[in-house]
Ligand binder design. Structure first.
Ligand code: FES
Length: 247
């Protein structure tokens, strides 16, 4: 097993003692197959136990280990050290306030997620005796890709619009709303549209596409947002030019 000396430059910030964030350099002897999260764990275990960051699964499932690695939003458990040369700079996810070191405050994302009602609102209530809400494979295919979101927020860190206009509901929340709107068992589209078809919803998106580029699960939030724009435009035309259709 080969080893390599890696220089990590990690953003540190302790709100109790620091007036502003600063970088701290760590020199770490790393195994070749390590990811950035392994190197941070090594630092915490052997050099500096005060270093703070979030992680849980180490397998790109929980979505908690997102960081900026050399300026790009990445899951640190999926970013292999062998893919980097020279000093590796690790910072908290962009566009979120820093709570401490690499830990960000994610309340804004959680609030937006709640607003779009990312859960099934059944079209019609059924008794348990009436059985499952059945669905064909074609109906499942319409939204399956959007179920893969792990709420890692890399798309928010990559999105220039969210950086400029923090009230923008943003890629993951709108994609999740779209996921439920596309579900044949769901009847909650109208309630979600009030949030996602508003100015701070899809119309804030300028289709840069960076969200889809950084998504570790290939959810394609940019594609979802453009579909929501098309459907919302059709809604508008139907409401204003064909009002009889809504009667
Ligand atoms: S530790 Fe769970 S996604 Fe990285």
């Amino acid at each position: 097993m080969s080893q390599r000396q890696i220089e990590l430059e990690v953003l540190r910030y302790n709100p109790e003692t620091d007036t502003e964030p600063h970088f701290q350099r760590y020199s770490v002897l790393c195994e070749d197959e390590w990811v950035v999260l392994d190197a941070l764990n090594h630092v915490k275990a052997t050099i500096d136990p005060t270093l703070s960051y979030r992680w849980s699964c180490h397998m790109a499932v929980c979505g908690s280990c997102g960081m900026m690695i050399n300026g790009e939003p990445k899951l640190s458990c999926k970013a292999f050290l062998r893919d980097y040369e020279g000093v590796i700079r690790v910072e908290p996810l962009a566009h979120f306030p820093i709570q401490r070191d690499l830990v960000t405050v994610i309340d804004d994302f959680v609030t937006k997620l709640r607003r779009v009602k990312p859960y099934l609102i059944p079209k019609e209530e059924k008794s348990i005796e009436a059985g499952e809400y059945l669905q064909t494979p074609a109906e499942l295919k319409k939204y399956k890709q959007y179920t893969l979101c792990i709420n890692c927020m890399l798309c928010y860190a990559a999105c220039p619009e969210y950086g400029l206009v923090p009230k923008f509901i943003g890629p993951a929340a709108i994609s999740l709303a779209h996921r439920y709107n596309q579900d044949s068992r769901d009847g909650g589209r109208e309630a979600r549209q009030q949030e996602i078809a508003a100015t701070e919803g899809v119309w804030e998106c300028s289709f840069v596409g960076a969200c889809s580029e950084v998504c570790p699960e290939h959810v394609d939030p940019a594609g979802a947002l453009q579909q929501v724009k098309i459907k919302s435009t059709i809604d508008w035309y139907q409401e204003h030019l064909m009002p009889w259709r809504n009667k």
